[in-house]
Design a protein around this ligand. Structure first.
Ligand code: FE2
Length: 250
């Protein structure tokens, strides 16, 4: 029975934050070519029925033109790890209580915890792999279909950049700035997210996100969030973002 339980957990968690169009289960897609994210990307371990923290896809100092090494170490090893722990804990708690219908408040509490921590895990996984060093080709502009779509939906790459930076910089409190694909209108949109999941609309498929929680930039930039967001633009992995765009459109 255990495999059924773990699969239910994973799918329940994904459904909780409305990212069914974002994450493919390993049975749906084992290749990252056909999904924005897979459970493998998220470190899902069917043997232990838990998510694990995937390593950074580059050295801690690889993005030092934009993000310093100490921030990367603390952000990935402590903050992101905390979301993974919280996610596993919420899934375990829900498994304990969701079939016991005597206390609905507990279900609501742990569902919120699940939403927050799974959002944190997914957001950070997309964040790390959405960047690469300038030496490796980070920054610049997208090409191909994504470039065309940005021109169509924002007017120009420059106008997109202006909107994205403004949205991210002006997030109230802690949150994220995102470039998302909206599958009903088949258009790109820039949107804000508060915390790890709030304000994201159903169906939006995140393609590129910048973390604007203070833990993402405060050591190097202090209160200068706009400077941090500007530096982030120089380490965007547009190849990976284009891959996600193509996967989202399928
Ligand atoms: Fe973060």
């Amino acid at each position: 029975m255990q495999p059924d339980i773990t699969r239910r957990n994973a799918l329940a968690g994904i459904a909780a934050i409305g990212v069914g169009g974002l994450v493919a289960t390993s049975t749906q897609a084992s290749s990252t070519e056909s999904a924005v994210l897979t459970l493998d990307d998220l470190g899902w371990d069917p043997a232990t029925s838990q998510y694990t923290l995937p390593p950074l896809p580059y050295a801690y100092d690889a993005l030092s033109t934009a993000i310093d090494e100490q921030t990367m170490r603390i952000h990935h090893d402590k903050h992101h790890a905390g979301y993974v722990r919280g996610l596993n804990n919420a899934l375990a708690k829900l498994d304990e209580i969701r079939w016991d219908h005597t206390d609905g408040k507990l279900i609501q509490h742990w569902q919120r915890q699940l939403s927050f921590h799974m959002g944190g895990h997914i957001n950070h996984t997309l964040f790390w792999s959405g960047m690469k060093s300038e030496m490796s080709g980070g920054g610049g502009q997208p090409t191909g279909n994504l470039n065309q779509a940005i021109k169509r939906d924002f007017g120009s790459f420059g106008k997109f950049t202006k909107q994205f930076k403004l949205a991210a910089t002006k997030v109230e409190g802690s949150g994220w700035g995102w470039l998302v694909y909206e599958p009903l209108s088949k258009r790109l949109l820039v949107t804000q997210m508060q915390n790890q999941q709030d304000m994201m609309f159903a169906g939006a498929i995140p393609l590129l996100g910048v973390d604007v929680w203070e833990h993402a930039y405060y050591l190097k930039y202090q209160n200068r969030r706009a400077d941090y967001v500007g530096a982030f633009m120089g380490v965007i992995d547009w190849d990976e973002t284009s891959r996600r765009f193509e996967a989202a459109r399928k």
